[in-house]
Write a protein that binds this ligand. Structure first.
Ligand code: ADP
Length: 461
């Protein structure tokens, strides 16, 4: 099969979250299973030509190669993409995001024709590339090159829908008849993800539980009705982890390598993490977090609980960026409890690896979680996760490999932290828990097979 993966971020070129991990790893897994893959993404400032040995195809289009022969095409536009951020900066989203992603999606379709690569399936991700299925079924409908190309839309997080004022509708180049509630209109605004759902041949989310949850009012962010209408075309495929990046046996970013055969290095990672974070080097349970600082990640209850948590006999290392209000709360907490809580308000790949390896428990009490990579990564590093039972967390974490609470509030969170704390003191239990984490494997191969099955289903439509 010929597949195009089109996304606004792809690891290792540009990443703000799990989306990039998926679009970076899935092509490699698909290629290993014999498929022919091309990837399209914007050429952001951070994608330096020298570092990635970019080659120019024609004006505005570059490529580099990953895996054996996967071409990653980078679409250039100096005004739109030669900026420090992907979608915005500290002051907020870029005001011309609609122009930027209209440009990117149209150019992707046009360049496909220029390089003469006609895919069987274009696999798009989130609102940023949702215009592709819309364009294929409208303005490019009569063009023979695009005939029979099928589109799969993966929703990584339905909380982000690409909403823009109706006044910008003319920028899409679409007929105004599409601006209605059967189309792209959403409470008098443009909703790109909604359009993507309606015009794609199939939709999937990144875990089976989340694919059910988003059909409910509680989790659907207003799109539950649109999704329920496409229920027979809605699937749930759990993300995998790229174990060539995330593996304590080979990870060059951690202090000491370890594996199921010899786990002794884990202890050294904890000690070095404590040293790095200027925490007392002692045998207290160490909780680690690597997280966007957003309510979705549990920060509403965490912020309320933080003071109480920091009075317990534990240590906590937090790495994250996000909402200013949580930055301020965390700065205050780390000032108040310097021997308990170490806070790092930045995006730092190296420190992330060190936290996964050096913590005793990975804290991830997300309010909702489409899939979640943190808990799967931490399991690989023998760091049991502590989670709220929702979405992908419910599909991957259980009492056998971690800690789970099922009522979302501060009290239950603290109760579960206390439970981990007391079980940590039982070294026999703790060692067997660590051993059990190694039994959970979330490699991309299994997920990629499910995607191939779904692509085939679309081709036969
Ligand atoms: P999200 O909803 O943010 O995509 P996921 O759990 O799916 O959440 O993926 C988050 C990914 O981003 C993980 O690979 C995690 O390690 C990484 N990450 C999140 N915040 C940071 C940070 N501040 N520094 C380094 N890596 C981070």
């Amino acid at each position: 099969m010929k597949i195009v993966i089109c996304a606004s971020e792809v690891f290792p070129f540009a990443k703000t979250g799990g989306l990039a991990d998926v679009t970076g790893a899935l092509p490699l897994a698909l290629e290993n299973l014999g498929e022919e893959i091309n990837v399209f993404m914007p050429k952001y400032q951070m994608v330096s030509e020298g570092k990635w040995h970019l080659r120019k195809v024609k004006n505005g289009l570059f490529y580099t190669v990953i895996g054996k022969n996967i071409k990653v095409y980078l679409i250039e536009h100096n005004d739109y993409f030669n900026r420090p951020g992907l979608y915005g900066e500290k002051s907020g989203d870029y005001p011309d995001n609609l122009d930027r992603f209209v440009f990117f999606t149209k150019k992707t379709l046009e360049f496909l024709k220029d390089i003469d690569f006609k895919p069987d399936v274009i696999h798009v991700h989130d609102w940023q590339t949702s215009l592709i299925p819309i364009y294929l079924k409208t303005i490019y409908k009569g063009v023979s090159f695009y005939k029979n190309i099928k589109v799969l839309l993966t929703i990584h997080n339905i909380g982000y829908q690409g909403l823009f004022p109706r006044e910008e509708f003319h920028k899409l180049g679409l007929d105004w008849s599409l601006f209605n509630i059967e189309g792209l209109e959403f409470y008098n605004q443009i909703n790109l993800l909604k359009g993507g759902i309606i015009f794609s041949d199939a939709i999937n989310t990144v875990s089976p539980t989340y694919s059910k949850e988003i059909q409910t009012k509680e989790f659907g962010f207003g799109l539950e009705g649109v999704l329920a209408n496409k229920k027979d075309k809605l699937y749930g495929i759990l993300n995998g982890i790229d174990y060539s990046v995330w593996n304590p046996a080979t990870d060059k970013l951690i202090f000491s390598n370890y594996s199921p055969e010899d786990i002794s290095g884990k202890h050294k990672n904890k000690e070095e993490l404590q040293r790095l974070c200027k925490l007392p080097i002692r045998d207290a349970i160490l909780f680690g977090m690597v997280s966007r600082l957003a309510e979705q990640k549990g920060w509403d209850i965490l912020a309320e609980a933080m003071d109480e948590i920091c009075k317990l006999d534990l240590q906590i290392v937090i790495l994250g960026t996000g909402d200013l209000k949580y930055h301020l709360i965390l700065e205050e907490i780390s000032r108040k409890y310097p021997d308990i809580c170490s806070v790092h308000l930045k995006f730092d790949e190296v420190l992330a690896h060190r936290i996964y390896a050096g913590s005793d428990v990975f804290l991830m009490p997300s309010k909702y979680e489409p899939c979640g990579l943190g808990q799967m990564i931490s399991l690989k590093y023998a760091t049991p996760p502590l989670v709220f039972k929702t979405g992908g967390l419910a599909d991957t974490v259980c009492e056998d490999n971690g800690f789970v609470f099922d009522t979302y509030n501060k009290e239950e969170l603290i109760k579960t932290i206390k439970k981990a704390l007391s079980l940590y003191k039982d070294k026999t239990y703790w060692n067997s828990l660590l051993r059990r984490t190694f039994n959970y494997n979330f490699s991309w191969e299994e997920s990629a097979k499910k995607y191939i099955e779904l692509y085939r289903k679309l081709m036969n439509l």
